[in-house]
Design a protein around this ligand. Structure first.
Ligand code: WT7
Length: 635
């Protein structure tokens, strides 16, 4: 038996060594024992990072939905696959069993086929977090169509760009969506987008909010009547292990979004194996990832990873602040959630509110807490650990990227001792390398450099849709024969990794490398601070100096604010050193953020550098209105 479920640290090290010594036979064993294939591979791995070309499970044939659905029908037919928790707590939760999900997927797959969708066609999915979203992904996979999910918070322009980039033939959308006490329209956004997307032949519309929508004759149809009329059986289309399963766009450091292409066989093996171990999922556990399926976290750890393991995966339509700031904890209590996976930004937002919201709920079902998306600062880590985990549920700080498909560096809970701000150890099969400026690998411990991965893993993206050259340039050209992540990291004395942030954000001050993440950590430790962002700006003597944009928990009077500036710098001096002190501190009411809640540093850098003539594309920001305020008060 292969080591599908790691149970103690010694076993981790033993399996890790095996996975590195002989990756092919390691992954082959996992693939053979835990998945169903129509036909096995004739070679486990072909790779050449200089091309770059990566192929896992050559010539193997499968359908991922047979792994996520059909094979569970005998043993888990009546088990809940998707537990849907609606935006409004007064609306009843839906327990969709594996049998029901199989039926729903087959019906939708038949509808897609009836609309001319074939293997290899691209289908754009623009839906809120309702069950139809998960069903739509799986329905595409059932017939070998490639899904391209666009987060239903993107604007019509962003949607149009993505639809056109990969020539989608169909769009699956809804009339609208619920977000807390707001109702948002979606179909109208699709209509505007489609004025620019001449390749789209049909639009299938899910009714969710009852908004009035316009249906274009010959193009748009309500989905439900078509589903009702469709058969509950749909033969799964056989695909090659290397056929694309989906495209998912990620913003590049600049310019056009990159359509990362994930293929089928390796992705399935990787997300299923990481899910099982990193959440220590056991039969009958209830697992909840709060991400949106519009992001890779949702693809891999709400849909494919959990379902490939026959898990119960909670799908939450709402927001953490509605009807109040206790909603997450209310849902944990209501569904007795065992594994809870969220983002530091959500933790920080909730930590600002009264502890009563947490304390009035019974969170005793929790066994594992997860964090993803950005470095988790010490303060947030401790708040999460103490108040949610009650110091007994390990926090898995999972580092990965859209491009990696699944989790790369993370503790295994109850196996790897955790440490705040550390993603700890590479997952089984992952071979990280830290590189210095001269492209040399930094060996040994207590080193800091640029994070690369030096050997392929099954879940990695294979290309950028329509632009293989850019794929090579972005990820495989900075360091020879290595995948470059764009992140910086350090490896401490015991070999634990801490992600220090994007290296594009590293600022060199007086010849010293300073990561923005640790400085922001230090600022955020100040009790008056809610959030901050640090960027560099040109300085005569130091080369670069530091500019901090700081959101305070309470605005306060100006004298107090001047004092706070001193205190913040004291805090930085204490936690990092005087070299990291900020030259300028500007208090702001918000920070420009992308829809995935990442701070748009590019804009802050321009404002800090007094170079605001061309701020670039700000159309995909969550809160474009803060930019003017920040510019007006810039120092
Ligand atoms: C970037 C990838 C991974 C799915 C969601 C984000 C940062 C992600 C962590 C973490 C420190 C993290 C990195 C990475 N990041 N997780 N646990 N600790 N940084 O996917 O939008 O592709 O972003 O997010 O900088 O490169 P993404």
């Amino acid at each position: 038996m292969s080591n599908y479920h790691i149970k103690h640290l010694e076993e981790y090290f033993q399996v890790y060594r095996k996975s590195v010594r002989d990756p092919e036979s390691f992954w082959e064993e996992i693939a053979e024992e835990h998945f169903v294939w129509r036909k096995k591979w004739d070679k486990v791995l072909d790779w050449d990072f200089s091309k770059p070309e990566i192929k896992w499970f050559r010539n193997a044939k499968l359908n991922i939905t047979e792994n996520c659905l059909d094979r569970h029908l005998h043993t888990r037919g009546d088990k809940t696959a998707i537990l849907f928790e609606p935006n409004d707590p007064k609306e009843e939760a839906q327990h969709i069993t594996y049998r029901q999900l199989h039926e729903k997927v087959c019906r939708m797959a038949n509808v897609l086929q009836d609309h001319g969708i074939k293997k290899g066609d691209r289908v754009c999915i623009y839906l809120p977090m309702i069950p139809e979203l998960a069903v739509a992904l799986l329905a595409c996979a059932r017939i070998g169509a490639i899904h391209s999910v666009v987060f239903a918070g993107f604007s019509s322009q962003a949607l149009a760009n993505r639809i056109n980039d990969c020539d989608c033939k169909m769009v699956i959308a809804s009339d609208g969506s619920y977000r807390g006490n707001k109702t948002l329209e979606l179909k109208g956004i699709v209509d505007v987008a489609l004025k620019e997307c001449l390749g789209v032949e049909s639009v299938l519309v899910v009714k969710r909010t009852g908004e009035k929508v316009e249906m274009q004759d010959g193009r748009d149809q309500w989905l439900q009547p078509l589903l009702d009329a469709a058969s509950t059986e749909c033969k799964a289309v056989e695909v090659d292990a290397e056929d694309p399963l989906f495209i998912l766009y990620t913003s590049g450091s600049t310019g056009k979004p990159k359509g990362m292409v994930h293929t089928t066989g390796g992705y399935m093996v990787f997300v299923a194996y990481t899910f099982k171990n990193i959440f220590q999922y056991r039969e009958n556990d209830v697992y909840w990832c709060t991400a949106d399926i519009g992001w890779v976290t949702g693809h891999s750890y709400i849909v494919y990873g959990p379902l490939a393991n026959g898990a119960t995966s909670v799908m939450f339509e709402g927001v953490p602040s509605y009807p109040d700031y206790g909603r997450f904890w209310d849902v944990v209590e209501k569904h007795k959630v065992n594994q809870f996976y969220t983002a530091p930004t959500a933790i920080r937002a909730l930590a600002k509110e009264s502890l009563d919201y947490v304390e009035k709920h019974d969170l005793s079902s929790l066994k594992v807490l997860g964090s993803v998306g950005e470095p988790i600062n010490e303060e947030a880590w401790h708040w999460y650990n103490t108040n949610v985990g009650k110091n007994k549920s390990p926090i898995v700080d999972t580092w990965w990227q859209t491009e990696t498909g699944g989790i790369m560096i993370s503790p295994i809970p109850y196996v790897t001792p955790t440490a705040p701000t550390y993603a700890t150890l590479p997952f089984i099969g992952i071979q990280p390398a830290l590189m210095d400026e001269n492209e040399n690998e930094l060996k040994g411990n207590q080193v800091e450099g640029r994070l690369c991965i030096k050997f392929p893993w099954p879940g990695m993206a294979r290309t950028i849709w329509g632009n293989h050259k850019r794929y090579g340039e972005t990820y495989f050209s900075a360091y020879k024969n290595k995948y470059f992540t764009g992140d910086g990291a350090l490896r401490d004395a015991v070999g634990y990794y801490r992600i220090t942030g994007r290296v594009d954000d590293v600022i060199i001050v007086s010849g010293h490398n300073l990561g923005t993440a640790p400085i922001e950590d230090a600022i955020n430790e100040h009790p008056a601070v809610a959030e901050s962002a640090v960027v560099g700006f040109p300085h005569d003597v130091k080369g670069n100096a530091l500019y901090g944009f700081v959101i305070l928990k309470e605005v306060g009077e100006s004298r107090v604010r001047e004092n706070l500036k001193k205190e913040i710098n004291q805090q930085i001096t204490e936690l990092i050193g005087p070299i990291a002190k900020l030259d300028k501190i500007q208090f702001v009411s918000g920070l420009p953020k992308t829809r995935s809640a990442k701070i748009m540093r590019r804009i802050l850098r321009k404002i800090a550098g007094k170079d605001t003539s061309n701020l670039g594309d700000t159309s995909t920001l969550l809160n474009p209105e803060v930019i003017q305020e920040i510019m007006d008060n810039a120092l």
